[in-house]
Design a binder for this molecule. Structure first.
Ligand code: FES
Length: 589
């Protein structure tokens, strides 16, 4: 396979049409091989004139009944097909590995890279000129974007949309957020198990992804802010008729994108990533966006770093009042005007690169400049923002030489500068065994430290960083403590939680040598995370350290362990970084 040099973003000029397309290598001739490729396709009842050189569009579908958030995507794909046919293309739908968040073990994140490989190789090896990426649940969006970016054929995202609001006893139930709150209420003795089971029935009322500003809604917003989805896509509820309209319009649009040769490398520029980072601050988006966008930028060879997240997001106010940072859910966000209103506010505040290109062929600013805000409590004006400084704080210090992240909008202001005694859990099993032990020496001033939950350690960098507080602390009415780990946190979660500590403990990062009783200093305003023991003692402990995590003996788990990079570079595989292009592989017939 040819390794291409970095695509250079230039001012986009649509290609000439008609011209010979990639798919004509398979379908556009009278040789034995052309007949072979066409005739087998025709067993699906496709008329001969569909192979006349028109754009062949893949519908790359993460539909799966094991990924309930995406279980309606087969139905939605039919609307995409309508649009492709209307615009004169030939749609061919195909499945790819679907990493579903709610069921996969040890964690869906372990399979994001696998799914991206599936997508990349499927796109390159098949007779496709463009692709519609059908995504929804958390990892499906970055996985498909990463795969498409490494091939760089015209690609457009359509998401499945969020679930309807959950309601229980006249209160909104936010996906995930309510689950964490209720499980802590059970431990605190303020909610009964019977009520918890009754609430379960009200949590997931319709098809779609999590209804909070969790990772799925965040990544849908990132796709739109990057310019990879049509404007307004992110917030439309899964069951709203306008979601189907969006799917159909997306199908129409990809055909023109192929004719124009508008590729991911034309859209995914550094300026587009900067817009996405600022957008994440404005929506109070998930910390998971950090690892996913770093991984995606690695596929495009845009030089994005962890420090860009801190620098670009620092002055961005969080204006979207959605759980887990705020009060409302995605349904209300849609009714208020959705993401275009947020992007317009960023543009008016001088926080948007207005001339980035989107899949529509227009600039991002042209797409959003006329947006109207229909509910200023859901999407706040900047002067009444939820948090003046949203974004993601990137912390460094002797405990995190390569960085760690914290989401200020989900944290407790009084804990942003804190010194506390470490209570250490060596891994997630150790945490589960000890956390509710009445003899555990812990109070609300302590700093909870969880090790070996990073990409290699768990494996897969599970969403366990927002470890629940000890029952005896919860029973005092305390709802937050400083927590530090190399894990991730669900986008639906909250708290003063320091995540993605790099290098991870299983790779010999300083997190590995923290002991019970050490003191840790957190200073978010100065972006500092410090283990307050002498440097010589740190070096002595590191010299004596050996990894408790064994390399898996075979299979995908071994491939993952050997090749996954740190969270600070997106936890992609080292051999997948970069752009490998769309060269047609040679035929075997
Ligand atoms: Fe699938 Fe939240 S579990 S989007």
């Amino acid at each position: 396979m040819t390794v291409h040099t970095k695509p250079q973003p230039t001012k986009f000029v649509p290609a000439q049409w008609p011209r010979k397309l990639r798919s004509t290598e398979w379908f556009g001739g009278t040789s034995r091989d052309h007949i072979y490729h066409r005739s087998w396709m025709k067993n699906q009842g496709l008329p001969a004139d569909l192979f006349d050189g028109r754009p062949v569009i893949g519908i790359c579908n993460t539909w799966s009944e094991l990924t309930p958030c995406n279980a309606h995507l087969r139905d939605l794909a039919e609307r995409v097909k309508h649009g492709i046919y209307e615009a004169g293309g030939l749609p061919l739908e195909f499945p790819v590995f679907s990493p579903g968040e709610s069921a996969l073990r040890p964690t869906a994140m372990m399979y994001r890279n696998l799914a991206s490989m599936d997508v990349e190789e499927a796109l390159r090896a098949n007779p496709l000129d463009g692709v519609v990426l059908m995504v929804g649940c958390d990892k499906t969006t970055p996985a498909l974007l990463m795969g498409a970016a490494s091939v760089d054929i015209p690609a457009i995202v359509v998401t499945g949309g969020p679930m309807l609001n959950g309601w229980f006893r006249n209160e909104r139930i936010g996906s995930g957020t309510a689950l964490w709150q209720m499980s802590e209420a059970i431990k605190a003795g303020t909610m009964s198990q019977a009520d918890f089971l009754e609430a379960e029935q009200a949590m997931s009322r319709s098809p779609g992804s999590c209804n909070t500003m969790g990772t799925a809604s965040t990544m849908a917003s990132m796709a739109e802010a990057l310019g990879m989805a049509l404007s307004g896509n992110a917030a439309i509820p899964a069951v709203d008729s306008r979601r189907r309209v969006m799917a159909q319009l997306t199908g129409r649009r990809i055909v023109q994108m192929v004719k124009d040769d508008l590729k991911p490398s034309d859209v995914l520029t550094r300026a587009a990533f900067e817009n996405a980072i600022r957008c994440n601050g404005a929506i109070g988006g998930s910390t998971n966006a950090v690892v996913h966008l770093l991984a995606l930028s690695g596929r495009t060879e845009v030089d994005l770093t962890l420090d860009d997240w801190d620098r670009l997001g620092r002055d961005v106010p969080t204006i979207v009042n959605l759980m887990p940072s705020g009060k409302y859910l995605m349904e209300e966000f849609f009714y208020a005007g959705g993401l275009p209103v947020v992007l317009k506010a960023l543009g008016e505040g001088g926080l948007l690169n207005k001339d980035t290109l989107t899949v529509s062929g227009e600039t991002l600013w042209d797409e959003v400049k006329d947006a109207s805000n229909w509910n200023t409590d859901v999407i706040r004006p900047v002067n009444s923002a939820l948090t003046a400084q949203g974004g993601i704080a990137v912390l460094r210090g002797n405990l995190a030489p390569n960085g760690a992240v914290l989401k200020p909008s989900a944290a407790t202001p009084s804990l942003m500068v804190h010194r506390g005694r470490a209570v250490v859990f060596e891994d997630i099993g150790d945490y589960k065994r000890k956390i509710d032990d009445p003899d555990l020496d812990i109070d609300e001033t302590c700093v909870m430290v969880l090790k070996n939950c990073g990409p290699r350690g768990y494996p897969g960098m599970a969403e366990v960083g927002n470890m629940g507080l000890p029952s005896k602390v919860l029973k005092k009415g305390i709802t937050d403590m400083v927590r530090i780990s190399d894990a991730r946190m669900s986008g639906t979660a909250y708290g003063t939680v320091i995540l993605h500590t790099s290098p991870e403990a299983a790779a010999g990062g300083p997190l590995a040598i923290v002991q019970d009783g050490d003191f840790i200093e957190l200073d978010v305003p100065n972006r500092r995370l410090h283990l307050d023991i002498p440097q010589a003692e740190i070096e002595r402990r590191l010299a004596a350290w050996s990894s408790p995590v064994e390399q898996p003996k075979s299979g995908y788990a071994q491939l993952y362990h050997r090749h996954v990079t740190g969270a600070d570079t997106g936890a992609d595989f080292d051999f997948l970084r970069g752009y490998r292009g769309k060269d047609v592989p040679k035929d075997s017939h």
